[in-house]
Design a protein around this ligand. Sequence first.
Ligand code: 2P0
Length: 324
Amino acid sequence: MTTTARAHTNIALVKYWGKRDAALMLPQTDSLSLTLDEFYTTTTVNFNQALNEDQFYLDGELVSANKAQKVVKFMDLVRQLSGRTEYAQITSVNNVPMAAGLASSASAFAALAGAAAKDAGLDLSLKDLSRLARRGSGSATRSVYGGLVEWHRGVDDATSFAEPVQEVPDFDIAMLAILVDTSQKKVSSRGGMQLVVETSPYYPAWREVVKRDMVAIKEAIANRDLPTIGHIAQENALRMHALNLAADPGFTYFDGQTILAMQTIDRLREEGLNCYYTMDAGPNVKVIFDPKDQDDLLNALTPLFGAERLVVAKPGPGIEFLTE
Ligand code: 2P0
């Protein structure tokens, strides 16, 4: 039997940036994201008695055992939960523009969790699937659902899961990625957030920021208030990145083009466009905007960054099973 699942990536509007339990992948705070339609991973899993180790193919190429460690560790967890003992063939294809630009462990581990659990015979609810995806990568917890999704930090493994806030947003919202640099990131999310938890003096303040932002952004979502959603997301991203600057040693994911994109979005908003920025563990900038401003936004950004570096995405769906 083989099982294929597809999951879309998500971009956090209120960020997850720190763990309190690295083994169980429990986060320090809640977070909230938007799942996108344009970027997704499709993964097929096939448990096979004839194999003597897991074989992981990514975008058509066999990944070396060393580089596949996170995937093998995740498969070990699925074997432990299901009682299966066979190794598996795992085939993943990323649908992302310009390799690595927006490649995301969120869609990857959500799709793997879905395909592996089902192929192993585990019959998980979406809630339990989000808990399982969490063990692969924190942000994958949220990619089990579509649209606007909240991840509860919880108090333990059983209570740290994602839940939809609005699976299909009932107001207009879109995201535009400005791909300023698509090379591999220098500081991994995992390493960066751990350093911040251990050394950033602002970490206690960040926990309070997220508590307030979670309440405020859910209220703004209920009110279909895009300017408030965008404002909260932009401030939250800046505060997350301030943690990095204040770590020891301090670091940043921004490069010069990142700053140019941020300043440009601020200027366009002052000129009347409904647009806000957010950045993750890399230099690319994602713009939250009202789709009615799309042409104006693209016209303003194309001369600066090039049309091929601008990718528009809309809210996307939750996990999909492509085989029964
Ligand atoms: C997020 N980001 O909420 C945060 C905000 C980027 C900045 O990529 O260690 O890849 O696998 O749990 O989920 C989160 O990092 O890290 C992340 P792990 P993950 O989307």
